[in-house]
Write a protein that binds this ligand. Structure first.
Ligand code: VG1
Ligand code: CO
Length: 544
């Protein structure tokens, strides 16, 4: 092969965040921007000569061009084989599945997840290791270090590959295989759930569902699974054709951005079950008829009902949640007599626990739920899990959640996001919180006794690696808590996330509107952090 060595210079700001490097498309379109990052990925890895690389993305604007660049660079750098999703499409959980199934060395996933797409929107790239999971911090930091010192990248001068045609071709001696984007992942999900029971539920005539793919990557996956395999009417999947700008929408499955689904589910003729997924198919939102399930509750309900699902009927090894996720799942773990781990935000922290067989299910408050079948959160997996439970229990979504609260108590929970805040103001707010950590415990503010305050640090129980600065936690004497974090996935200014949680064991107190139930904590958060004063915002951009 004739490898071209192209001189380049380091580009500032290529440090991966919570889930890869995310920037405006216009930033990625700068000469060398993508190439520098991809070469830095390869430069930080060892032993991939002749091995397999998986490449795919969520189909957003720039996906196809980026894939052509990456295929050439993978060939130039000596990979033996590259597997690419047809049309460049692989949802994030599907990419994880393909990496594992085909024993790839690793994979490159192109996505900015829930961030808007299109020429003016966002793009993103991340590296996943051979276990199918997002690279751990050790690797992302090594990649970043390489971006700061590289002086060349390697590529080859070959024509574009035909991304639309399933089949094999060769790029400068490297075999490139365009694979079906859906088949491997759909086949894997088919082994986990009781499809017969779900089919029977859908055929019963008194159950209707609506899955909103939000014009993002899950359309083809939902068609294959929900319509083709399970027999739901084709109209059950809406916005099912992936568009490079997601139809101008914000493919974030929450009550604010998934407005269309919310309207359907709260309308006069609402279906029994509604769900949506995000840009890259790893998140899920679950909605019953006129009833929204919070992601933290969803994780707890899945864990408590896992025995109804064939793949998990033999028992769960353990559970895990990210630190800001509510402790609802902890109560299930306690009832089941299994461990519950608390990790920093981001799926990369679940990888070791899953690989070591310490956990079976895990999740995040940001609508991410998953299990040990892949190493990413998995939107359609969560939808099928819920359908499996509904098929067995034959109750409404709302009844299942209310019964859950009755048994375990209710963790009132909400996240307030302040998006696009001035970065200096956001950093100032966090510094102000830091400065109070030592003095807060023991203080009573507005009648609330503060029991603890710290900056969350995590020691991985498998490899001992330590991650610090993962969010400010303020615990009250009555068990309630407030968490403050700055987002690591945004591309404009800063996003402040405020997580609020209060446990209510008394079943007669489970019907309070969430924001009302948390009103005292919301006021306290502002009092301690000075949110209004420092950000100039009177209300959050998004409340979940
Ligand atoms: C957000 C969520 C986090 C999630 C991450 C990636 O990160 O809070 O829970 O793992 O997005 O999800 P941050 O740093 O913005 O809070 V995805 O679906 O964007 O890959
Ligand atoms: Co996502």
């Amino acid at each position: 092969r004739t490898v071209l060595t192209v001189p380049t210079q380091p580009i500032a700001g290529q440090r991966p965040g919570t889930s890869g490097l995310r920037k405006k498309v216009t930033v990625f379109e700068q000469p060398g921007y993508l190439e520098n990052f991809v070469q830095s990925i390869f430069d930080s890895l060892e032993g991939f000569a002749g091995q397999t690389l998986v490449v795919g993305g969520d189909g957003r604007y720039y996906n196809d061009r980026a894939i052509q660049t990456i295929v050439r660079m993978a060939a130039a750098n000596g990979f033996g084989r590259v597997l690419v999703g047809q049309h460049g499409i692989l949802s994030t959980p599907a990419a994880s599945c393909v990496i594992r199934k085909h024993q790839a060395f690793g994979g490159i996933i192109l996505s900015a997840s829930h961030n808007p797409g299109g020429p003016e929107g966002d793009f993103g790239i991340k590296y996943n290791t051979g276990n199918g999971g997002p690279a751990p911090e050790k690797i992302t930091e090594a990649i970043y270090a390489h971006t700061q010192k590289l002086g060349r990248y390697l590529t080859v001068d070959t024509p574009d590959i035909a991304l639309g045609d399933i089949g094999e071709c060769e790029v400068a001696g490297t075999k490139v295989i365009v694979i079906d984007s859906v088949a491997d992942h759909a086949a894997l999900l088919g082994t986990l759930f009781d499809f017969d029971a779900i089919r029977a539920l859908l055929a019963s005539g008194d159950f209707r569902l609506c899955f909103d793919a939000m014009h993002a990557v899950t359309g083809p996956y939902a068609h294959a699974l929900i319509v083709k395999a399970l027999g739901a009417p084709a109209a059950s999947v809406v916005n099912g054709v992936p568009l490079s700008d997601f139809g101008g929408g914000h493919p974030d499955p929450n009550p604010t951005y998934a407005e269309e689904l919310i309207q359907t589910m709260f309308g006069d003729d609402a279906p029994d079950f509604g769900a949506a997924s995000d840009g890259d198919g790893d998140r899920n939102m679950i909605v019953g008829r006129r009833f929204i399930v919070t992601p933290s509750d969803s994780l707890a309900v899945l864990a408590a009902n896992a025995h109804l699902v064939p793949a998990y009927a033999g028992g769960l090894k353990g559970l895990a949640r990210s630190m800001p996720t509510s402790a609802a799942v902890d109560r299930v773990a306690a009832a089941l007599g299994i461990a519950c781990f608390e990790t920093p935000t981001g799926w990369k922290f679940f990888g070791n626990l899953l690989d070591a067989g310490k956990i079976t299910l895990c999740g995040e408050e940001s609508a991410g739920t998953g299990a040990d079948h892949v190493r990413e959160k998995d939107g359609l997996w969560a939808v099928l899990f819920w359908l499996n439970i509904l098929a067995v229990r034959r109750q409404s979504v709302e009844a299942i959640v209310r019964e859950h609260w009755q048994r375990f108590g209710r963790n009132y929970y909400s996240r307030h996001d302040y998006e696009g805040v001035d970065s200096a103001a956001a950093n100032g707010l966090m510094a102000h919180l830091h400065a109070q950590l030592a003095s807060l415990p023991g203080q009573t503010i507005d009648g609330a006794l503060i029991a603890s305050a710290d900056d969350f640090a995590y020691t991985d129980p498998v490899d001992g690696s330590v991650s610090t600065g993962q969010g400010i936690r303020i615990g009250l004497a009555d068990g309630a808590r407030i968490v403050f974090r700055l987002s690591g996935t945004g591309t404009e200014g800063a996003t402040l996330r405020v997580y609020l949680e209060r446990y209510e064991p008394d079943a007669t107190q489970h019907a309070i509107e969430t924001q009302q139930a948390l009103a005292g904590l919301i006021a306290l958060a502002d009092r301690i952090a000075g949110i209004r004063e420092r950000t100039g915002r009177t209300t959050p951009t998004v409340i979940t």
